[in-house]
Design a protein around this ligand. Structure first.
Ligand SMILES: Nc1ncnc2c1ncn2[C@@H]1O[C@H](COP(=O)(O)OP(=O)(O)O)[C@@H](O)[C@H]1O
Ligand SMILES: [Mg+2]
Length: 323
């Protein structure tokens, strides 16, 4: 959408654009963009499209989320997903949130609305995902901003979309799976291995490659056994540069219920550092210990998961003494 490309207010009109126009005059490219936007604005149908952006059908007021989210989740479970259907394996829906006039696009994952072991486990895991995200953020790693919303025991994990702008334009994002397919075709490398290659081939800065290696070991040490290349990615910026995308879907997937919804007892043996990775492994271990302590202290998380967290912390501390 042109109006979003030039950072214009959502409904584009000559009157409402005057503030942006002043800002846009600051560079010639933007003036060209504005002229183009005006031209397109005259196109039949565009105003209707822009009005839809102003009033998206999935708009929800932030304070109504605890009432609306269970209804949207029900529709997903009945096979009538509202809005667009995001990828991934877990059921989820998208929404546009209006938080006191500020808007953002979100992807929402949720636990089932039932009193069953599988549902309770997913509720715990969504809480773990929020904790993992906070742990990484506090250590300076870019993460998708998450928020937990609860309603009658059902847990929703809302993740702010980093591939959308505040006026619902798009930002370029490519998963490591697509990048690997385009450049190397390996398919199943560990994230840290791909980071080495991307840095070597100058697709990524040394700093960003380091972020990927750190997150890669953090994930392995919080028992995230689902770190396929679709679960991390890069932001594609103007001028062919790529930067590391915010982290999402980071949680101890080892503890997920099986495909029948049964909760199994799991053994976790934290990995030792691969050759040349000790520095990143140690970073990951320190963050993972903080994460597992957070899990132990979170009363809303199931007792079994908190006990598991205690064992995992001890196992990592045992390795830290050696490496
Ligand atoms: N905050 C976000 N912003 C943009 N895209 C996201 C965000 N969170 C997830 N995604 C996209 O949605 C897909 C599914 O989300 P994910 O959290 O991985 O769910 P699942 O647990 O089902 O795999 C991801 O692979 C990613 O492409
Ligand atoms: Mg995923």
């Amino acid at each position: 959408m042109i109006a979003q490309d030039i950072d214009c207010p959502v409904v584009f009109s000559k009157e409402r654009c005057s503030g942006s126009y002043t800002r846009l005059r600051k560079n010639r490219w933007a003036i060209k963009g504005l002229a183009r936007a005006r031209e397109v604005y005259e196109t039949p149908g565009l105003e209707a499209a822009l009005l839809e952006i102003d009033n998206p059908p999935d708009l929800i007021k932030a304070k109504k989320r605890a009432i609306k989210y269970p209804k949207l989740a029900n529709r997903v479970m009945r096979g009538e997903p509202p809005g667009s259907s995001p990828g991934g394996e877990q059921p989820k829906f998208t929404a546009t949130i209006d938080a006191h006039g500020e808007r953002y696009a979100a992807i929402v994952k949720f636990s089932a609305n039932e009193d069953a072991a599988g549902a309770r486990r997913w509720a715990s895991l969504l809480r773990c995902e929020a904790l993992a995200s906070d742990t990484l953020a506090s250590r300076g790693i870019p993460v998708a901003k998450t928020e937990l919303i609860e309603s009658d025991g059902q847990v929703f994990l809302e993740s702010r979309r980093f591939d959308r702008t505040p006026v619902m334009g798009r930002r370029g994002f490519a998963s490591l799976a697509s990048i690997d397919a385009a450049l190397y075709g390996q398919g199943d490398s560990a994230w840290w291995q791909l980071a080495d290659q991307l840095e070597r081939d100058r697709w990524l800065s040394a700093e960003d490659a380091r972020v990927i290696r750190r997150v890669s070991w953090f994930g392995a040490l919080i028992a995230n056994v689902d770190m396929h290349l679709g679960n991390f990615g890069l932001m594609l910026n103007d001028g062919l540069s790529a930067t590391v995308a915010p982290v999402y879907d980071m949680l101890p997937m080892l503890l997920r219920p099986d495909s029948q919804g049964q909760v199994m007892r799991r053994e976790f043996t934290p990995p030792v550092p691969a050759a040349g990775q000790a520095e990143y492994w140690r970073w990951g271990a320190e963050a993972a210990v903080e994460f597992w302590r957070g899990v132990q202290g979170a009363e809303a998380i199931e007792v079994d998961v908190r006990r598991f967290a205690e064992g995992a912390e001890q196992a990592i501390l045992g390795l830290v003494r050696r490496f």
